[in-house]
Design a protein around this ligand. Structure first.
Ligand code: PMT
Length: 421
């Protein structure tokens, strides 16, 4: 690939490029090249009409990625759901954005993969329109563009110029380098699609909330690991409640079989050390909630499978894992509110009070995970809210209800601390 001297202004960024069916689709091939020169990962989605103008093979060759075009592809859904495709991107770029694609996006139709991704995404979309000037100036297109802008969409172009149809006026797709500049500008600002309605006005709007959830897996060798019984249901419910309250949520999740909660940026990890690194990367935050059941110890993993040979069972020396909650609590950029969970099998409240002090957090949500409590993996929880002010025991309720109560408390604490109370 050329462009060795070009600054990696998009290094580490992931762009989902939706290619609509217009003659300008050939320019999108160059756009892929320009983006990759700047360090971006580019995944391409083509509409059926786009394939009339440019072949998927051309995009595959330039992006070095599989091109996606089928909403009902069983293999794609197995490997990575189409919603995930839109969530993994830092920005969605629609180029060329045809009148038809703009209309479908404005109306929220999801009759193919491209339109479905545009509806399902939680990220901003940047449209580079390309169409005949009468179509661009038509009242229907004006309405659709206004609707999309109202919903937070960004636009680059179209430019005035001679069109493939022989007319002259606005409708030419911007040149690839202009689109690149618009992408760089968009990525400097807020890249998430602005929330509408209740979530936009929610009590956590404008706050960044980092949540850990699920178990960690500590490798013993390439085939075995140490784990625990956490399903992630409680932590994921907390992340979902924080997002529903308008927060920008980063969920750092250990290995779970749950779907990603809506509206959260999800970082998947395996081990405690990986979880710690992901939490550090996610900072700064206004709130940290450690709901994950992090392994306290790991073993030095063997490079190869440990064989059952020789005399006796192997002995493992345990190494202490970093305490993520304590580290976040004592960090220089400490979030304003740090919440831990405590999973105990006896003396629940006494242990939680001790952890509150030892780990330096503001609150502990304590729960009894002894056999028969049904908390690990179950749908309900009986929690105690432990703070320096005292202990409040909540009745047994769904994990979603525990999460909603906790989020309401956090919003209250943040508001009071801002009001200086
Ligand atoms: O996932 P579910 O099946 O829904 O079950 C929910 C739950 C029981 C896992 C959850 O409600 C819960 O209690 N989570 C915390 C489990 C735990 O690890 O508790 P602990 O008492 O060992 O740890 C105390 C706190 O320190 C926790 O906030 C934990 O995330 C944190 N910790 C622990 C060890 C470590 N190395 N780093 C940490 O950050």
């Amino acid at each position: 690939m050329s462009g060795q001297n070009i600054a990696q202004s998009l290094g580490g960024k992931s762009i989902l490029l939706v290619v609509g069916g217009g003659v300008a689709a050939y320019k999108s091939l160059d756009l892929v090249r320009r983006l990759r020169e700047r360090g971006a990962r580019v995944r391409v989605v083509m509409t059926k009409a786009a394939k009339e103008f440019v072949t998927p093979l051309a995009f595959t060759s330039l992006s070095n990625e599989k091109v996606h075009d089928d909403l009902f592809s069983a293999t794609d859904e197995q490997a990575m759901g189409h919603i995930q495709l839109s969530r993994d991107a830092d920005l969605i770029v629609v180029a060329p954005a045809t009148a038809h694609l703009l209309a479908r996006a404005a109306q929220g139709l999801c009759d193919d993969l491209a339109a479905t991704l545009l509806l399902a995404t939680d990220k901003r979309a940047l449209y580079a329109p390309a169409m005949n000037l009468r179509m661009w100036l038509a009242p229907a297109t004006r309405r659709n563009v206004a609707l999309l802008k109202q919903d937070g969409a960004l636009f680059v172009g179209p430019e005035d110029g001679a069109m493939a149809c022989g007319e002259y006026g606005p409708g030419r797709m911007s040149e690839p380098l202009e689109i690149v500049a618009a992408i760089e500008a968009a990525l400097k600002g807020e890249t998430r699609r602005p929330l509408q309605g209740a979530a936009a006005r929610g009590p956590l709007s404008g706050r960044h909330v980092v949540v850990t959830s699920g178990p960690t897996h500590e490798a013993i060798d390439p085939v075995r690991y140490i784990a625990n019984r956490s399903s992630g249901k409680q932590g994921h419910a907390v992340a979902a409640a924080a997002a529903a309250a308008g927060g920008r949520v980063t969920l750092v999740s250990g290995p779970v079989t749950l779907a990603d909660p809506a509206g959260c940026d999800v970082v998947r990890v395996e081990s405690a050390c990986e979880m710690f690194a992901a939490v550090e990367r996610a900072m700064p935050a206004d709130v940290f909630i450690g709901a994950a059941a992090v392994a306290d110890w790991r073993v030095e993993a063997a490079a190869d499978k440990i064989k059952k040979e020789g005399a006796g069972a192997p002995a493992f020396a345990l190494v202490e894992n970093p305490d993520i909650l304590a580290a976040v609590s004592h960090a220089a950029d400490r979030p304003r509110v740090v919440v831990g969970f405590a999973a105990e099998t006896r003396d629940v409240i006494a242990h939680a009070k001790e952890k509150l002090i030892r780990k330096g957090c503001d609150l502990i949500v304590a729960n009894d995970v002894s056999e028969g409590s049904g908390v690990f993996g179950g749908d309900a929880n009986e929690a105690h809210f432990v703070s320096p002010a005292g202990v409040e025991s909540w009745p047994r309720m769904s994990k979603e209800a525990v999460a909603a109560q906790l989020v309401a408390r956090l919003a209250d604490i943040l508001n009071k601390s801002e009001a200086g109370e």
